[in-house]
Design a protein around this ligand. Structure first.
Ligand code: F6R
Length: 249
């Protein structure tokens, strides 16, 4: 394991070890401040982290009752209870194992009027005083949340047209059929994410090695949204050995 400054890069031998260390850190933060506001991702990457958090919740009797959560994104057109929704994913992998107050679980609603819903979400984040710890995964094309690469990036929560590669990588959550993956999503914007007091990005596996090398060693560019984490004063990039295999320093 080694670290460098700004953003801090930490490399673990494997994803499970990374998840264990990050979960322990989050659990300690929660014990220190029971009213933490978490920003949370879905996808394959955080599953091990959520498993470890669930384990620690039981082992240390973690109290989530005053915690507030905001998930990064949700598919347009899906109801919270739909099997492919991110809300359902969070219920399965984390929420049901905690004593989180349902009133403090914040989610973008995929069936709401998109414009109003995005404004509501920004207001809700502002009302609780912002996000303390934003956990992120990263797409192989460098997206965070559903902020896809492009000539420009949206700063606030917005409606997104999903790229084919992003829909393909989500197909596993829709019976392996890309045609069942919604074409649009609502997502926190870049400023929503970057305003979080701290950011922890997790990346596992060889498929993330190319984009992580560019995030760490490359220039800031809208063509790689995660490169903007270089501007964040308190960002941790947590990699396994495979995801770190193309870093140059
Ligand atoms: C999902 C999200 C996305 C994922 C990214 C990586 O809430 O924010 O940015 O983190 O698509 O997905 P996995 O972890 O499945 O490789």
């Amino acid at each position: 394991m080694h670290s460098v400054r700004s953003p801090r890069v930490t490399v673990f031998p494997d994803a499970r070890t990374a998840a264990r260390v990050v979960a322990a850190r989050l659990a300690s933060a929660l014990q220190e401040n029971p009213s933490l506001v978490f920003g949370l991702p879905t996808g394959r990457t955080p599953i091990a982290l959520y498993e470890e958090l669930v384990r620690l919740t039981a082992a240390r009797a973690l109290d989530w009752s005053k915690v507030t959560t905001f998930n990064l994104d949700e598919f347009v057109g899906l109801r919270p209870e739909d099997p492919g929704s991110y809300r359902r994913f969070m219920q399965e992998h984390l929420f049901r194992f905690t004593n989180l107050d349902p009133q403090r679980i914040n989610f973008l609603v995929g069936t709401a009027n998109p414009e109003e819903e995005c404004l509501r979400y920004e207001r809700a984040i502002a009302e609780v005083g912002g996000i303390d710890i934003q956990i992120l995964g990263i797409g192989t094309n460098g997206h965070i949340g559903f902020n896809e690469p492009g000539h420009e990036l949206d700063s606030l929560t917005h409606l997104v047209k999903l790229r084919q590669e992003t829909r393909r990588s989500n197909a596993a959550f829709f019976g392996g059929n890309i045609d069942h993956v919604p074409t649009e999503a609502l997502s926190m914007g870049m400023a929503t994410i970057l305003h979080s007091r701290s950011v922890v990005l997790l990346a596992h596996g060889e498929s993330k090695a190319g984009c992580m090398a560019r995030v760490v060693n490359g220039p800031l560019t809208t063509e790689l949204p995660a490169s903007f984490l270089q501007l964040h004063p308190d960002a941790d990039l947590i990699l396994d050995a495979a995801a770190a295999s193309q870093l140059t320093h």
